[in-house]
Ligand binder design. Structure first.
Ligand SMILES: *[C@@H]1O[C@H](CO)[C@@H](O)[C@H](O)[C@H]1NC(C)=O
Ligand SMILES: *[C@@H]1O[C@H](CO)[C@@H](O)[C@H](O)[C@H]1NC(C)=O
Ligand SMILES: *[C@@H]1O[C@H](CO)[C@@H](O)[C@H](O)[C@H]1NC(C)=O
Ligand SMILES: CC(=O)N[C@H]1CO[C@H](CO)[C@@H](O)[C@@H]1O
Length: 965
């Protein structure tokens, strides 16, 4: 008995000695459990190669404290921080052993690809004070166990797909200072318990699906400086308690269903800088106490039912940047304090009942870029002061009672892009200086009392898309210089004036124009046959003039309804008018030309029918005859050429093309690609076209009738940034497409030539990117049938003489490889192809978006981004951080202040476009929108000189922060 006890004691002693003498595991290998837990988790992730080299026991003396993204306490005895922002990690937290990290204070996984739910185990991180899981794809609801995290100071779970309600237990997180869960799918009401978070500074639940009313307990959050609850379905009046939060700096409740009025207590919020209440159901007048909020920078009240006068002291503090109150019932005059509001950047007060004298209401605003006052009852004259707004881009005073003349100083607003002053009582002449506003895209002066002639200087506005001078008292002739408006594509409307003389021949050069209206004037003579050159025309109205003779040979004229020509002398021809009497001696002329010239839609339909059945044999016959006899029977030939080349005012013929190129002689080649050569061809009409002739190998692809429809669709595309496809010819010996000829050739060629590249300054480069974005946006989103380009590269971006971009070869990649299972080999150019094409066959718009991103970087850098691209895309964790500034094309001077902003905007968008994940790339529509209003992203930019590669990566996380349309 005693011996057993002694043995027992001895054993215990032995164990004790062993336990103190054996080297303590933790001394040699501190934090082994943590290290193993990290490795186990890392191994469960699908894309964690970035951690492989650093997270290793080979470095045992340090593990895991010196691993990338890991930090320990000062004495290396506890692991306190895991920070793996923007590492492109993909996987879940299911294998993350929360219990292994009892000391973790800081967990940051922002900007990765984590998915799945947030495990309950997170409640084990009892020391956690900072948690950022934002910009991932987490789903499921928020775990109740989070209530255990009593030390949490900051939570950011924004930009995930979290569902379910915000748990009521959230009130127990009494240390919380920041709570951000914006852009998720949270439902249910905002729990009253948020009122217990008394030290909260920042609450952002914007863009969820929250319902119910804002709890009155929100009034307890006396330290709140930012409250974002916009874009939910919140109802009920705004609780009066909210207006007591006198530390608020930002308050955003936009786009909910909040009724009620704005109470006098808003005057308590004297520190408010950003107030957005737009898109709600607010009514009533604004209380005078609003004038106590003197530091307002952003005041957004649009689309409500607010009435009464605008706040009289709205710019008292001199900080007002953006003021928008459109679509309300505001009355009275423009607040006086706006007169000296030099901080103003954007002002939108349209669609109210504002009155008063605008000559007196406005001062001069050095940074104003946009003013929209349309649909009010404003009177007075356009002040010459407007010329002092040197940055004004958009000006809209339409639908008011404005009188007086257009000040001639208008020519001193160098950045003006759009001017809308229609439906007023404006008199006097159009100032000639308007021709100096070279950025103008739209002029709408319709429905006024403007008199005098149309100044020929308008013809200098090469970028103009739309010119509407209708319903005025303009007299004199239409200046022939209007034919120089090379960009005019939307509208030329001179109707309802007193214009005299004949229609100038030169208007035929407007080959991008879609709508022409010259009706209700006093025009005489015949319609020039050159107007057949307006190949993009879809609508024409020449009614109520004194015109005579035949309609131009152009489908828009030929097919137009009789109404378009009614009220003239004796117009003839076309589908709906009387046939023209054949001129004397016409019969003796070459029959071929006449035949070719009188294509009517009826014969076009026949032609189409015949084409499907017979083009193959017909084309072959022609060629054989050619070879046999060495000359062509013109009559037969012209009878047939209609089958092979479409849509080109009935005159373009296979024969003409063969002749003009001396049967495709090499001397006419201007470019050669994988599938054939491009020829520059001057037709007998002295029109120049580009002909893309396919190699023998690719020849038969165009004979498929399915693609004939596609070609037809493509020939109907009209966009100033898309090269026009006139038609196609196909037969076994040679198939070709006929395109608009674009003067300067391709971007790749220009960038590779030092002399030519120097002429592409930053403004032109940004404009080129813009043009390409517009073209892609149009084809993806605005065209009746969305068309993916599939092969965007600097080789098929062409430049007009004014350096406007024009994208060519839309849809040809698909034409060339209809077999979709095998398309990757052909479509797409190495270095521009989206990475997912390596493992998926799915072609989506996002493939174009990727290629666009590469091209945009190429334009900024002056060369293909090459290695920079792979480091941005694959995201190897590079120590070396390339500065954007250093990779910009050095052949031209560095961008100035103005240009830098645009260059940064392009860089930012480009980097988002080359995101590895197709679904994370923006759409071309949003790219194009952002490029056209760069000011929206301004506040996100660091100075261009300091932008690094890492910044560029981080931008993608900010993408969702953009204000919405
Ligand atoms: C081990 O850690 C040290 C210090 O951080 C580092 O310099 C070294 O490259 C690491 N070695 C391995 C094999 O990871
Ligand atoms: C404004 O009030 C009218 C009439 O009460 C209502 O029909 C309309 O929907 C309201 N508009 C908004 C934006 O709440
Ligand atoms: C508007 O104000 C200007 C400048 O004070 C004045 O000359 C003009 O007559 C006013 N116009 C109207 C319509 O009251
Ligand atoms: C050690 C510890 O606290 N473990 C807990 C971790 O979290 C899970 C789920 O909440 C609990 O079941 C454990 O008890």
């Amino acid at each position: 008995m005693a011996s057993t006890m002694r043995r027992e004691l001895l054993l215990q002693l032995l164990f004790f000695l062993l336990s103190i003498c054996s080297p303590r595991k933790t001394a040699a290998q501190p934090l082994k459990a943590e290290a193993e837990a990290l490795l186990k988790w890392r191994d469960s992730l699908q894309a964690a190669h970035v951690l492989n080299s650093s997270w290793s026991f080979l470095n045992s003396s340090y593990a895991p404290c010196h691993w990338d993204g890991i930090a320990c306490s000062g004495d290396n005895t506890s692991l306190v921080k895991i920070s793996l922002q923007n590492q492109d990690l993909r996987g879940t937290l299911d294998h993350f052993d929360f219990a292994a990290f009892p000391s973790l204070a800081y967990l940051d996984l922002r900007g990765n690809n984590f998915y799945g739910s947030i495990p309950d185990g997170i409640g084990n991180l009892s020391k956690l004070s900072f948690l950022d899981l934002s910009v991932n794809q987490f789903s499921g609801s928020l775990p109740e166990s989070m209530a255990n995290l009593k030390n949490l100071v900051s939570i950011d779970m924004s930009f995930n797909s979290l569902t379910g309600p915000l748990p009521t237990s959230i009130g127990q997180l009494s240390s919380l200072v920041n709570l951000l869960i914006r852009d998720n799918h949270l439902t249910g009401t905002i729990p009253q318990t948020v009122g217990e978070l008394t030290i909260l500074n920042f609450l952002d639940l914007d863009t969820n699906s929250l319902t119910g009313s804002i709890p009155t307990q929100i009034g307890n959050l006396s330290n709140l400086h930012s409250l974002f609850l916009g874009f939910n379905f919140l109802t009920g009046t705004i609780p009066p308690e909210l207006w007591k939060l006198n530390k608020l700096i930002q308050l955003d409740l936009q786009s909910n269903v909040l009724p009620g009025s704005i109470p006098p207590s808003i005057g308590n919020l004297s520190g408010l800088y950003y107030l957005n209440l737009s898109n709600n159901s607010l009514f009533g007048t604004l209380p005078p106490q609003m004038n106590n909020v003197t530091g307002l920078g952003w005041l957004l009240l649009s689309v409500n039912n607010l009435s009464g006068s605008l706040p009289s002291e709205v710019c008292k503090g001199g900080k007002l940047v953006k003021f928008s109150a459109y679509n309300n019932h505001f009355t009275g005059s423009i607040p006086e304090s706006l007169r000296n509001c030099t901080s103003l950047h954007k002002l939108t007060l349209s669609r109210n009942q504002l009155s008063g004298n605008i000559s007196e209401a406005f001062g001069s605003y050095p940074i104003l870029s946009r003013i929209c006052m349309s649909n009010n009852q404003l009177m007075g004259e356009l002040s010459p002061n407007w010329s002092r707004c040197r940055n004004l881009q958009y000006m809209d005073f339409s639908n008011n009672h404005v009188t007086g003349k257009i000040p001639s100083s208008i020519s001193q607003m160098p950045k003006l892009v759009e001017i809308h002053i229609s439906t007023n009582y404006i008199t006097g002449e159009i100032p000639r200086g308007i021709g100096e506003l070279s950025f103008l895209l739209k002029i709408d002066m319709s429905n006024n009392h403007i008199s005098g002639g149309i100044p020929s200087e308008i013809g200098m506005l090469k970028n103009l898309l739309q010119l509407d001078l209708s319903s005025n008292n303009l007299s004199g002739p239409i200046p022939e210089e209007l034919g120089n408006l090379a960009g005019l594509s939307m509208l030329l409307d001179l109707s309802r004036n007193m214009l005299t003389g004949s229609i100038p021949d030169q208007l035929g050069k407007l080959n991008h124009l879609a709508k022409l209206n010259l009706s209700h004037n006093k025009l005489i003579g015949t319609i020039p046959s050159s107007l057949a050159g307006m190949v993009s025309l879809t609508s024409v109205d020449l009614s109520f003039n004194s015109l005579t003779g035949p309609l131009p040979k152009n489908p828009a004229f030929q097919n137009a309804s009789a109404q378009s020509f009614t009220g003239n002398l004796d117009l003839c021809g076309g589908v709906n008018l009387q046939p023209c009497k054949p001129p004397e001696g016409a019969k003796s002329q070459k029959k071929s030309r006449t035949l070719a010239a009188i294509i009517t839609p009826v014969s076009a339909v026949l032609v189409l029918l015949f084409l499907v059945i017979g083009s193959f044999t017909v084309c072959q016959k022609v060629t054989q005859r050619r070879q046999d006899k060495g000359s062509i029977n013109f009559e037969t030939y012209h009878g047939n050429d209609l089958f092979s080349v479409w849509n080109y005012d009935g005159r373009l013929a296979y024969e003409d093309i063969v002749n003009a190129t001396k049967n495709f002689s090499d001397e006419y080649i201007v470019g050669t690609g994988a599938h054939g050569s491009v020829y520059k061809v001057e037709l007998p009409t002295s029109q120049i076209v580009a002909v893309k002739k396919f190699n023998q190998m690719d020849n038969d692809v165009l004979t498929d009738s399915g693609f004939r429809n596609e070609i037809k669709t493509l020939t109907e595309v009209r966009h100033r940034n898309i090269v026009k496809l006139y038609g196609s010819c196909k037969h076994p010996q040679c198939s070709f497409l006929v395109y608009e000829y674009v003067e300067r050739g391709c971007l790749a060629k220009i960038l590779s030539n030092n002399e030519e590249a120097k002429r592409l300054d930053w403004e032109k480069r940004v404009n080129i990117v813009n043009g390409v974005a517009n073209a892609l946006s149009y084809m993806h989103h605005d065209h009746s049938i969305p068309i993916i380009h599939r092969d965007i590269s600097s080789k098929n971006i062409l430049l007009h003489p004014d350096f406007d971009a024009c994208v060519s070869d839309f849809g040809t990649a698909r034409l060339l490889n209809p077999d979709s299972s095998n398309w990757t080999g052909l479509a797409g150019t190495q270095g521009y192809m989206a990475p997912e094409l390596a493992y998926t066959m799915r072609v989506t718009e996002k493939c174009d978006v990727y290629s666009f991103g590469v091209v945009a970087l190429e334009i900024l850098m002056g060369r293909h981004p090459g290695e920079l691209l792979s480091s941005l895309v694959i995201l190897t964790k590079q120590k070396l951080d390339v500065k954007l500034w250093d990779v910009l094309d050095q052949r031209i001077p560095a961008p100035g202040d103005q240009e830098a902003e645009m260059v940064a905007a392009v860089a930012k968008l480009a980097v988002m476009c080359i995101d590895m994940k197709p679904e994370s790339r923006p759409t071309m529509r949003s790219v194009s929108l952002h490029l056209s209003s760069p000011g929206r992203t301004h506040h996100l930019f660091k100075a261009l000189k300091t932008i690094t590669q890492t910044d560029m990566k981080n931008w993608s996380a900010y993408w969702h922060h953009q204000p919405r349309k």
